[in-house]
Design a protein around this ligand. Sequence first.
Ligand code: 9MR
Length: 837
Amino acid sequence: MTRCRAALLALLTMVALSPATAAHAADEGPEQIVNGTFDTGTAPWWGTSNVTLAVDEGRLCADIPGGTANPWDVIIGQNDIPLVEGEAYAYKFSASATPAKVGRALIQLPVDPWTQYLSAAPEMSDSGDSYSYTFTAPASLPNSQVVFQLGGSAEPWRFCMDDVSLKGGAEPEVYEPDTGPRVRVNMVGYLPTGPKKATVVTTATTALDWELKNAANETVAKGTTTPKGVDASSGQNVHTLDFSAYRRTGKDYTITADGETSRPFDIDAGIYDQLPADALKFYYTQRSGIEILDSLRPGYGRPAGHVGVAPNQGDVSVPCQPGVCDYSLNVKGGWYDAGDHGKYVVNGGISVYQLMAAYERDKAAFKDGQLNIPESGNGRPDILDEARWEQEFLLSMQVPDGKPFAGMAHHKIHDQNWTGLPLLPHLDPQLRELHPTSTAATLNLAATAAQAARLYAPYDAAFAAKNLQAARKAWAAAKANPARYADPNDGTGGGAYSDDNVTDEFYWAAAELYITTGEKEFKDFILASPHHTGDIWRDRGFDWGNTAQLGRLDLATVPNGLPDRARVRQSVIEGAEKYLAVQKAHPYGLPYNPPDFDWGSNNLVLNNMVVMATAFDLTGQEKYRAAVREGMDYILGRNALNQSYVTGYGEVASKNQHSRWYARQLDPALPNPPRGTLSGGPNSSIQDPLAQRLLQGCKPQFCYIDHIESWSTNELTINWNSPLAWVSAFLADKGERSDCRVRYTAHGSGTFAAQVVIENTGRRTVDGWSLRWSFLSGQRVRQDWGAQLSQSGSVVTARGESKIRAGKSVTFGFTGTNPWGPNPAPEVFHLNGERCR
Ligand code: 9MR
């Protein structure tokens, strides 16, 4: 960082031009300010947390509080204004002050040392006036800031402005994304046994020939395309082609059609082997409250952020916003949410849930030492260590006993004001504050703590018990305060994450509490909830604000005693069918296709894939697994932009995601995001100024730019990498099915006796066997008979030497202990590594 800043400073000598020439040249130039006339509301203008921006008779107005000491104590501004070195600019605006005031109008660097390219002191009166200035940019930068510093007055006053204009500099680029060859493929590759499809962008309306070529440029398969007409999500006329029949592995295949040759790809059974670990490693470098060791992540080492060391003002003793509470909390740790330094309970909730859910889906797949994190080698699966880093933070956000709203969780903790880029976590100088409690945050805590209670039980009984207690407390507090919603306007210095319907969070929390405890209160709540039977499979997928699906998925897949369990399982299959139909109709194989794409659309695509993957787990039907595999093609390059959205995966991949510390695009001394980082992806609403400048009128798939300033299309977040981790673990699972059936019966509660019968339903003799399953929580095997049992965490492996002939079975048994909670029969068994049907 320092190197870049020094270079910039060296350039900061204002170039003198005669004002008349400069003004003339600049006046002709293009407009750089977005929405300077406030015709479309106040966005993307921002204010410090002590002002509320509003449009009043077509102007932007704000009541400026009195009693502040410095001009910069109250600011209204716009970010991401590009400046071009040596270019002349004309800056104009009209403003009024009631009563009269002198303000400061600045165009500056958005981060320390806040270098000013233009500094003026407009004298403003009640009747209003127009102001105009010229300057020449001494340096090029993509993200200067236009700010009005309005603090320092003893008395309150009212400020209004209009017609803010900065003309000059470069013509805004007419942005044409470089989309490469018109034949679109998964640039990473295809699984030999999976579907293999591609999309061709063409003007042709009749079928075209295609050829699959190997690395030696020999044609190994050919066929004709299927014309699909104009695709609404891209506005392109497209054809699809299918080379699924070709199964030979190899590197650097290409597809040629319509005179264009695709980017190269592999066909290999191992293409997803590394992705789960990469997607999960993302979380270590998002950690707050701990030094990131360069020895573990070369190039990513940095000091601990927010451990109470100046200039940080958190997070060891964080006060509430004024008037919200009378205590401070130690909320050190957790993961930074995204490219900002905020930590939000609702979003932390779904993220940590999804990591734990990936683990719970297949506990044997996650081991100690997989993620190269400080806890590697402690004998517990790394994924649980990583999730615990966040879960401990969520626990710390709970209101202490004896205080108002005790048991609820604070909605979030973040900086008082937005900070500029780049800014390493340990250098963030802003005041950190706890925001009010919310029912949504409280239920996120209840759900994840209940889930953690069962998953950590085999490793750390005290931590499990602490979570269960916190979950119960949170549940009770949420029931007592069922409609405390986060303020949708509380979005200064951090995201709002507001949600005014929390019936889905209630359902999710009840589901996790029920699975973990088996208690009637939670069962009754689930059965009475409209989310239990309603069609919750929305087209746009589930996310941090739509969480009923998390409860339904877990009730379907994690053993529990719900009376209508079969119907619940069936409902997941119905959801999967819905996404399958969307995907089938989509020429890019996308299982998500609303008329406008949401903020973070890639996570919704992946979450719809989670539903299809779960249907595969429940039924073993190949069409669901094939759908997940095809869905991944979109994420890795089979899309309108010919772009992979996962850093380090594919020839052209997102690498400039919006982040204050992976800010290489702004400072070459900093790294890009690590391999395995998902970009949020196309967002039709293009809220950030850069996207507004470059992507106006974009068709959904084109509403994306791999630029660090495009926070609305190209951010990274903990809740977007979590479905990537879940789905890639599913894809890496070879998922072979075996012809076997297992009957597991157990009697007793605290101490129990179980009998297991393995039946060979296939046609071949099984010669020597090992059978694997997982317990729900802290059960332990004590004594076995008829087989040799060993246990690691919740995972049990039974081994026998005998032969199991076709149609025959073997029986063995054991006694075990169950320290607390229900003791359901396991439902998933692997015989010799393959899952029984
Ligand atoms: O992912 C969030 C998206 O669903 C919301 O529409 C948007 C506006 O509230 O906020 C997104 O979350 C951002 C959060 O508010 C602050 N940290 C970065 C998040 C990703 O952009």
